[in-house]
Design a protein around this ligand. Structure first.
Ligand code: NAP
Length: 260
């Protein structure tokens, strides 16, 4: 039985939908007070309202992770409304696809500004409040970049691998403050965005996963919850792959040999 995290203040960037929303829901379902963060105020508020309707505690703030002032305002909102910051899920990310030769320079910059610099800014802004608590930082990286490749996603893969470079040194710097820094590495997770790609695409993706289903956003939320728990207090600078075994097959044959 894990120690309760009820009443803890949790900030989740990029939580109006997708994985971040799953994280927000999981933390709220365990009694945490969640700050839902996204640029679209209405979407963030809708997520917070849904959490409250389900009996949880949540507030919403519109903030852009690429803007330092916004991240400071986000941290201030968590402190004012929820009494501090115990947990930050640095989750906001974008993944526009473009092959290397065709990629606009602006696309490269936008991906790194959001996924890499945005992660840094959100963490930096929350640090003063987290130093007063047993801080927990959970970064949403990916299998794409650190482990696998996917044509069209050089910028994205760079940003997700870069997050792990950050992780190792940040964990060292923050250890004296009892703040742990870990990363979840999702495989293909069923989000609103993925649904739009069509049944055939989803079937192909599902067929490449040994556990024969795409991840649910709650699968990633539960991994983040573990890193945020008291029981994970001695784990820092580490990663957890949550992918249904997706990175395991060494070839298509390996998948075929598994049978149905
Ligand atoms: P998603 O469904 O597109 O949701 C992205 C969230 O981030 C939204 O709430 C969006 O709201 C917010 N966001 C985007 N840019 C932002 C910015 N500049 N400032 C603040 N919020 C911003 O994405 P997802 O699939 O859940 O992905 C979430 C994270 O998981 C990303 O870091 C991604 O790399 C990672 N990941 C996803 C998968 C997957 O299969 N889905 C797999 C591995 C890793 P606004 O647009 O309103 O700001």
């Amino acid at each position: 039985m894990f120690t309760s995290i009820a009443g803890r203040s949790v900030v989740v960037t990029g939580s109006s939908k997708g994985i971040g929303k799953g994280m927000a829901r999981v933390f709220a379902s365990k009694g945490a007070r969640v700050l839902v963060v996204a640029r679209d105020q209405a979407a963030a508020q809708k997520c917070a309202d849904e959490i409250k309707a389900a009996g949880g505690q949540a507030a919403a703030v519109s903030a852009d992770v690429t803007k330092w002032e916004d991240m400071q305002r986000m941290a201030d909102a968590a402190v004012k409304q929820h009494g501090g910051i115990d947990v930050l899920c640095a989750n906001a990310g974008i993944f526009p696809a473009a092959k290397l030769a065709d990629m606009a320079v602006e696309t490269w910059d936008e991906v790194l500004a959001t996924n890499l610099k945005g992660m840094f800014l959100s963490i930096k802004a929350c640090l003063p409040a987290m130093k007063k608590k047993k801080g927990r930082i959970v970064i949403t990286s990916s299998i794409t970049g650190p482990i696998t490749g996917l044509p069209g996603w050089t910028a994205y893969g760079t940003s997700k691998a870069g997050q792990l470079g950050f992780l190792h040194t940040a964990a060292l710097e923050l250890a004296p403050h009892n703040i742990t820094v870990n990363a979840v590495m999702p495989g293909n997770v069923m989000t609103e965005g993925l649904e739009g790609l069509g049944a055939e695409y989803l079937k192909k993706m599902t067929d490449s996963v040994p556990l024969r289903r795409l991840g649910a956003v709650e699968d990633i939320g539960h991994a983040a919850l573990f890193f945020a728990s008291d029981e994970a207090a001695y784990i820092t600078g580490q990663t957890l792959v949550i992918d249904g075994g997706q990175v395991l097959p060494e070839s298509l044959t390996a998948i075929e040999e598994m049978g149905t």
